[in-house]
Design a protein around this ligand. Sequence first.
Ligand code: SF4
Length: 591
Amino acid sequence: MDLALISMPWAIFNRPSIQLGCLKAYLGQELQTCRVTCFYPFLDIAAAIGFDNYRLIAETPWAAEALYCGLLFPKMQKAAGTVFSRTLKRIVTTDYPRLLEILRLQHDQWLEQQDFSQCSLIGFSVCFSQLPASLYAARDIRKKWPGIPIVFGGSTCTPAMGRSLLKIFPEIDFIITGEGERALKELVLHCTSQEPLSCPEIISHHEKTGNIQAAGCGEIVNLDDLPLPDYSDYFQHIRQKNLGFFPVLPVEFSRGCWWNKCTFCNLNLQWHGYRFKHCQQMTAEINELAQKYQCLDFTFTDNALPVKESTLFFEAMAGDSRDIRFFAEIRTLKSRSVYTRYCKGGLNSVQIGIEALSDSLLGRMCKGTTVMDNVAAMKFSQEAGMTLDGNLILEFPGSTAAEVEQTLAALDKVFPFHPLSAAAFFLGHGSPVSCSPEKYGITTITQHPTNKKLYPPEILANLDMLIKSYRGDRTLQTRLWQPVRKKIAVWQEFHARRKNPSVPALSFRDGGSFLLIRQELPDLPTLHHRLKGLSRKIYLACEEPITKKELLEIFTQVTKEQLNTFLAGLEQKNIIFCSGDSCLALAIQSP
Ligand code: SF4
């Protein structure tokens, strides 16, 4: 039996799909007679429009969706074109109408080259902005090979979204709403041997009544049992088309999130619990993948790395002589030494879930972190040599003027570190905020206005989209957060214009009995501060967060008032951060 699995634009072009790689490997292991071929049409699109253009579009989800929505719904082209130009802030060397033409041509050529006639099932992995492109391809595949069932799965296919997709788009026969492996195996057996469906993660049209039925395959209990992802089709495509880049290989340490409490988050809708691989398994996978595909760059697809096993893993990788590098999304780590150990193990690029610089806001977001944790994370990751990306969520419903003030004050302190990105709050379907909107002052949940420009009204009215809009205090929030938005822009510009980014913007050199602190500031000459004797010792004692009580226990010759006056002076200069009773020196030792 043949099975085709497809990943459409706007998946990141220099990575194979982990979803497809995992499913191919699993089915190959479980169903020996099943031949799975994975298709990556996004590679041809990237080559056709240019890798830089592709990357820019893929990084701008609304612009990305606007392209295939324009093809899928021709009457929406004008409105979708405005979404494309408004959201894609950076320059793409081709305009919207020309891009549509290229996409259409590429799509037709790709379809012309395929022969799906022997397939028992065709599957689309639909994540992030892949929905319109997948719908566009499914429609044409159905026209050309009408008898072959089509299944959609992936993070976009939540139960509610899946049900609405099935109702509206007749070319979709099945939706897999959760983890793919076992459900897809059952579906393949159903399509080839008519075995009954019992898996609750598969939803389909009931043949007689037209009702949608949901029937439990359950999830893989032990992720160590999963085979190595199979990326061979992706590499074959790259070789055939002679595409000149080194891919980054996606790997997964865990599924779900061990924290799973953040009130804005809907990233874990498809998982029913946190599971992780053990360090030995992860290390073996990395070794095998590096060897098999001759790649040295890996990206963890995890929402939150498993704390104990990943620490063991990076310690093991630190002893590896190869130049293997990792990217991962992590929660703030509590200790300075862990950042160093992770970085020595190859984790040189991280996205840290900072989200806010106000303690009460972090509390309402249920992040389980404090502003001090966040400031320390920014300092320690930079000190360890990691590249840090992170977001500051603006306009979170119910934010107060005092929270915005606390954020602005904290921004002065984190100015020397790699800037965060401003991310306006969006209401994600299934997030705790969307499930209890009244708690956040949300009176009505509505369709997102941008979706109204991308999807025809009669379709959108029946689609349970993942991104929603709402009525509540939006106007007030936009106004409140304006100064933060401006300050982040200044912060970003300052770092973009720095002449020597390898030198920290705030650094110190230790002279044994004195410290020289160097501080770069925007539009001002560089400042120099000298801390002598006891002042030096106290500053160095604050290299990790420490309470004033602990400082007084170490420096018994100092009174509480003297300590407070000293720290207040350093705070005013923005070279120390104090929050509640804790302090953290902000300067990083000069490399
Ligand atoms: S935002 Fe990250 S840490 Fe928070 S629940 Fe979602 S995945 Fe977990």
